[in-house]
Design a binder for this molecule. Structure first.
Ligand SMILES: [Zn+2]
Ligand SMILES: [Zn+2]
Length: 210
């Protein structure tokens, strides 16, 4: 999958190219903000009790973690067996594997993620009625949490505590086995769906390069 390109341009078109760079603070503000607003409004408007609202919010977070895994595994690492697939794969994710230190390429363009978020909001409202509101809140906060973990893992050195597992897991995905360890916010779905790293214990000391 790696192309090892030295030129980090994704598009020749300057406008499209500019969309490939996103400051992490923008999506974090949008998605923590809108996620928590949906939770707050659910309680404030009396749609559900605070306890039930938080429960549905937590369910949305949990479901997001599965979507994060599936999108990373099946869309971002799609087999580039056609020109269109190769172009999509590189723009969506390949560029991050080639340039993992580029912190402006850890989130999709906010216009794209906001359009997707709106689509998910209406889909979940349709499927779940009122529950869709706090659920979407958790789902969007889950996206922001995933972005936070991904950013922190690439921008800072691993701490000496239990969170170190997130650094090791993602470093294995980048540098050892990029067909394994797809979970970024947690290794949960790699365990459940059988994509934990094959690497021997000794190799797991690999670090995300800074
Ligand atoms: Zn990847
Ligand atoms: Zn990464």
């Amino acid at each position: 999958m790696r192309t090892n390109r030295s030129d980090d341009r994704v598009f020749q078109n300057r406008f499209l190219e500019s969309l490939t760079h996103t400051h992490i603070a923008v999506p974090l503000t949008i998605f923590y903000g809108s996620g928590l607003t949906l939770l707050f409004l659910t309680v404030f408007w009396g749609i559900f009790s605070a306890g039930a609202s938080i429960g549905f919010f937590a369910l949305g977070l949990f479901v997001f973690s599965l979507v994060e895994y599936l999108v990373h595994r099946y869309a971002f690492h799609i087999e580039p067996d056609s020109d269109a697939k190769a172009k999509f794969q590189y723009a969506a994710h390949g560029v991050h594997h080639d340039f993992p230190k580029d912190k402006s390429r850890l989130a999709m363009p906010p216009l794209v993620s906001m359009a997707l978020a709106t689509g998910f909001f209406f889909l979940y409202r349709l499927l779940m009625g009122d529950v869709g509101m706090p659920f979407t809140g958790g789902f969007l906060a889950g996206y922001a949490a995933y972005l936070t973990v991904h950013y922190v893992v690439h921008a800072y050195r691993a701490p000496n505590n239990m969170f170190k597992i997130l650094w090791t897991h993602h470093a294995i995905h980048h540098h050892v086995e990029n067909d394994r360890a797809f979970g970024v916010s947690s290794p949960l779905w790699d365990v459940v769906l059988g994509t934990m790293p094959r690497a021997k214990k000794g190799k797991t000391s690999v670090q995300v390069k800074h």
